[in-house]
Structure formats: structure tokens, C-alpha cells
Design a protein around this ligand. Sequence first.
Ligand code: GDP
Length: 316
Amino acid sequence: MVLAQLGESLVGALAQMAKSTVVDDKVVVDCLNDVSRALLQADVRFETVRAVQASIGSAVVNLQSLAAGTDRRRAIKHAVVDELRRMLDPAAGGGTGKPPPFFVPRKGRKPASVVMFVGLQGSGKTTTCVKYADYHRRTGFSPALVCADTFRAGALDQLRQNAAKAGIPFYGSYTESDPVRVAVEGVDRFRNADQAAAAEGCDLIVVDTSGRHSQEAALLEEMRQLAEATRPDLVVLVMDATIGQAAFDQALAFKQSVEVGAVIVVTKMDGHAKGGGGALSAVAATKSPVIFIGTGEHIADLEAFDARSFVSRRLL
Ligand code: GDP
């Protein structure tokens, strides 16, 4: 699973410190180096690793007065864990009990929440839209899917068929080539509670968008227009976990066009060692947390991701 490998390496780094009888400066420096090495091996950008190392380092300096031994060991471990939490979920600031920094859809909400998915072609965006809608359907939402990808031949059929399989209402057009117009029509249709089709009340509209590879500037402009026209409550960036360090620039480019609120990472190769780095780079670039992880091609292969419990479960 994405990030799992990184988790294991970090567990190893902390275990080494736990084994040493005296926690002297050398043990602390070695631990910090092991943490940095684990992050670099997971393909986290050098700049991010250096910042993390510096933050943990300064937190540890403040602990120098603590007696050597258990207290110090625990305090250092908490400093590492806090920093990793902050890295995975920047807006949460590493603390506990704070509300999530991104929009969370609510069952029965009127008007329906709009969640727009963005990402490059092939990232897994269309698959993830259906998974996301289905995930919410299974937990009591009434989702609908809108296909605003008028660029990729086959996108409409892919989404329509998968929506039908999952029993989720769908809107798309074979004739309209303007993605903004289709998106607005789709969102209006499902938002409009007085229509017979919406009598039961759709409360979550998931908008799939185009992801063409070649014309990046045009793609980003299209995303900006789509966001302006549909005013989504949440924009989710879908990233392929295997792209490694390229994730940073890619995520930054999207963030500069639309207000990316959350990231979903799609694992194309289970256990891919570099998955963690791609995810963390996207988080660093967007300052938005990973909320789900795609773990396979099937509709149920979507896991909710909570940075705080991920780090605590593994490292504390
Ligand atoms: P889009 O162009 O971004 O809409 O990408 P698609 O949704 O069409 O997905 C591209 C490919 O990635 C397809 O073959 C999907 O089955 C595959 N895919 C999507 N999500 C996942 C995932 O979580 N894990 C794996 N292994 N493959 C995925």
C-alpha cells in the first residue's frame, strides 16, 4: 500500500533509538539521519526532507534539558511523530482534535455538495470519481456523477457504464463539447430539488473533468473555468503514486489554477516503494491532506486516509 513502506522505514528508524540504552546526541543525530534517509528513499523531495529534519532538530534541541532515558526517548519520538503528522496534513498542524481542514460532505445536505475531481489523464481520476461516489452511497449518501470530460474519447462511456454498474445517477452529453456547459447543466440538474428525478434528494454531486496530457496550460485554464462556473465545495486532486518527485510540480500547477482542498493518491503498483514520496510531495505543494488512497482497479478499492491516525498507529 502507498505510504506503508515509508511507514515501515520510519518505524525502523525509531526502533533503533528505542534500543539504545543511553539517548545521547549521537543517538539523536543517527535517528534524524535514519528518518531523513527513509523519506529520501521514498522519493520525498530533498527540500521537504531538509525542512522536516530542521524542524525535528529544533524541537529536539528544546528537549536537551530532559534527563536521558525513557523521557527523552519518548519526547524525541513525539517530536518526530508531530512533524510527520504536520507533513502529511499541513493544515492540522500536527495537533489532535482539530476539525479537518477540508470540506466534508454531509448526508442530506441541501443544496447538494459539489466535489470536483482534477488530475492528469491516466492518473485514475474517472475510476476514483466512481469509487468516491460509491463509497458515499454505501455510507448513506445519495450521490450523482457528472462527466465534464468532453476531451477524451471514451471518458463519457467509461463513467456512464461504471455509474450504471454502481447504481449511481449520471449526467453527460454526447453532443455538447463545452465542458463548462456540461458541468453546469449536470450540477443544476442534480442540485435542483424540485425536479422529479431529484425528489429523493441528491446530496453529493461528483464532477469528473478532463485530464489531457499535452496541453497543460489549456487544461489548467479549463479547470479554472469549471471551478468558477460550478463553485465546488471541494476540489480533489487525483495523483498517480508512482510518479515520484514529479508530483510536486504537477500538484503545484493545479493548486495555482484551482483551490485544491484535498488529495487522493492512486496506487498503480501495490507496495510501490516510491508511493510515499509522490503523496507527500503533493501534500507539500497543495498544503492539502490526502483523504483517500486508491488501492486497486475495483470500485471498492478506496481507503479513507487519516494522516493523524496513520502516523500514530504506526509510530507511537
Ligand atoms: P483518468 O484518465 O485519470 O480518468 O484515469 P482512469 O480512471 O481511466 O484510470 C487509468 C488506469 O488506472 C485504469 O486502467 C484504471 O483501472 C487504473 N487505476 C485507477 N485507479 C487505480 C488504483 O487505485 N489502483 C490501480 N492499481 N489502478 C488504478
